[in-house]
Design a protein around this ligand. Structure first.
Ligand code: NAD
Ligand code: MLT
Length: 534
């Protein structure tokens, strides 16, 4: 499989992909036209913040299965469209938080002590230090907009520098403010009016883009310093320029411009311009927040591992999937596999259209992150009848389109198992169900097949036979399969009442041809025969 990398990541990550058998092309700073032309050849693309992974690009990459965002922000990726196309979006939100937080604080110190200006002057042999009297952070108020991963680190570190930290973030609990030792501002205005330093750490959304404009800047204290190491455009750049020129804002530290320059273009070819670059009291860094050796290594190794796992079809925590907490994935894996298998059985054994799928969780399962298990059942259920690629990302959208409802429920009823997963299939006329359990944390069992009790260890190829419960049936199965050189690996049968219908599950070593299945169906006493590929 082929992976295209369009922005620089750690070499260790690239080596990891190559050593795992992937073909990797690193084309840093590739021109858009060329990218649009070659994306057709790739199964995955790894980007940072500059490459726009939008409809235009996604439509030209029919083979794309994974978009890897080496870093945090996903504002350059059309996630809903990826979901629609069944493309997994993975990122590494934790890997560069410290780096970004430290840069924001570094910018703050630069502003308070004029460090870049003084440095330039000193290089020009101007040592008149009286021209560069700064201020201390100590004892001042820092206003943090967005108290998430990075905002919280900035808060804690600046509290350590003896600043008073206040924050505006309407989307988090009061407990999070308290935990970080930060005073909550009920309104943005309150933060603007009280802060000596304002640093923004929100994502770029329709709500946050331009959220600090002319009106907001007017509300700030005269002499305020501003830092944006989050996303270009969160501060309206035109308004900021005017406020710096007028002296109302004493200085701004800006890591991210709107739009961004090409970061791989050499200066002699660079045509980028931005009025903020012309102002002495503005310190600009080229989206450098994540650029430390540590973060580069963390991001590069984390993203390549995620992309490789996702391409291998392993379950990974993705942006466009229900959230999974770190360690949970290994624990959930057997249930995810079980659910997919149970879902997969229905259309291999039945024909009647299903209108609703209900996933019932009992026992230990009640406590687990069940959403991804339900999606797995749905994925397995849809796969045999859908031509397009079904995965955890698009299964629900496809079901919705087909008018199939997905319902989750929890049951306190538990027979003899510590955990039980039941998939109920509702058609217009009836309700059928298949149940399974996981023994010893990893051994899967099918324990109920449309009302017949079993204790069946699934194998890749199983013939499911519904027959009349009478002597000679097992012999007939053995004879017909044996005479056709089909080896029976295991067999189990179940009946609910003597002399009525029964079910036989026969594990065989490979797929059995239609002719043999037809002959089994014609055999006297056999009611239905299905080849299950599990
Ligand atoms: P996060 O999701 O952990 O935190 C964002 C916080 O912003 C959340 O608590 C959220 O509730 C809050 N928020 C959202 N909308 C808001 C609004 N309208 N007003 C106030 N608060 C609001 O994100 P993070 O990991 O801390 O990243 C923060 C920003 O930094 C993102 O934009 C990310 O892309 C950027 N980033 C930049 C660099 C860089 O190199 N400069 C590196 C990493 C991350
Ligand atoms: C991020 O969102 O992780 C940062 O913007 C860093 C980057 O991608 O360069």
């Amino acid at each position: 499989m082929r992976i295209l990398i369009t922005e620089r990541i750690a070499e260790e990550g690239i080596d990891y992909l190559k050593s795992n058998g992937f073909e990797v092309d690193a084309k840093y700073g590739i021109a858009r036209d060329e990218l649009l032309e070659i994306i057709v050849n790739y199964d995955a693309i790894i980007v940072r913040s500059v490459t726009k992974v939008n409809r235009e690009l996604l439509d030209k990459g029919p083979q794309l299965k994974v978009v890897g965002r080496a870093g945090n922000g996903i504002d350059n990726i059309d996630v809903p469209f990826c979901t629609q196309k069944g493309i997994l979006v993975v990122n590494t939100p934790e890997s560069n938080t410290m780096a970004a937080a430290e840069l924001a604080i570094g910018l703050a110190y630069c502003l308070f002590r004029n460090i870049p200006k003084v440095h330039t002057a000193a290089r020009n042999r101007d040592f008149r230090r009286n021209r560069f009297i700064g201020n201390e952070l100590d004892g001042k108020v820092v206003g943090i907009i967005g108290l998430g991963r990075i905002g919280s680190i900035v808060a804690r570190k600046l509290i350590g520098a003896n600043m008073k930290a206040i924050a505006y973030d309407p989307y988090i609990t009061d407990e999070k403010f308290t935990r970080n030792g930060v005073e909550k501002c009920e309104t943005l205005e309150e933060l603007l009016e009280r802060s000596d330093l304002i640093t923004i750490h929100t994502p770029k959304t329709a709500e946050t883009y331009g959220m600090i404009g002319e009106k907001e800047l007017e509300k700030c204290k005269k002499g305020v310093r501003l830092v944006n190491a989050a996303r270009g455009g969160l501060f309206n750049e035109k308004a900021l320029c005017e406020a710096v020129k007028s002296g109302h804002v004493a200085g701004a530290g800006i890591d991210v411009l709107d739009p961004e320059p090409g970061y791989d273009t050499p200066p002699e070819k660079q045509t980028f311009s931005n009025p903020l670059l012309e102002l002495d009291n503005v310190v600009i860094t080229p989206h450098l927040g994540a650029s430390t050796m540590e973060a580069n290594f963390n991001v590069g190794t984390a993203i390549t591992k995620l992309v490789a796992e996702a391409l291998k079809g392993e379950m990974v925590s993705a942006v466009n999937m229900p959230p999974l907490k770190g360690g949970d994935l290994t624990q959930l894996k057997p249930y995810i596999d079980l659910a997919e298998m149970l879902g997969k059985i229905y259309y291999q054994a039945e024909k009647e259209r299903v209108e609703k799928l209900e996933i019932v969780f009992s026992g230990d399962l009640v406590e687990k992150e069940t959403r991804v298990i339900s999606l797995s059942a749905l994925k397995g259920f849809l796969e045999p009848i859908i031509e397009e690629k079904v995965n955890y990302v698009n299964a629900e959208l496809i079901a919705e389109r087909m008018g199939i409802e997905l319902v989750e429920s929890r049951s306190s009823h538990l027979d003899k198992y510590t955990n039980l997963l039941t998939v109920k299939f509702f058609t217009k006329t009836r309700e059928l169900s298949i149940s399974g359990t996981v023994f010893a944390k990893q051994e899967l069992r099918i324990v109920d097949f449309f009302g017949y009790k079993l204790d069946f260890e699934p194998s890749p190829f199983v013939i499911a036979i519904q027959n009349i419960d009478k002597p000679g049936i097992i012999g007939k199965i053995g004879t017909l399969l044996g005479s056709n050189d089909i080896n029976i690996a295991a067999m189990q049968w179940s009946r609910n009442r003597r002399g009525e219908k029964a079910v036989s599950f026969v594990s065989v070593d490979g797929e059995v041809g239609d002719d043999i299945l037809a002959r089994l169906r014609e055999t006297e006493g056999f009611l239905r025969v299905s080849m299950l590929k599990l």
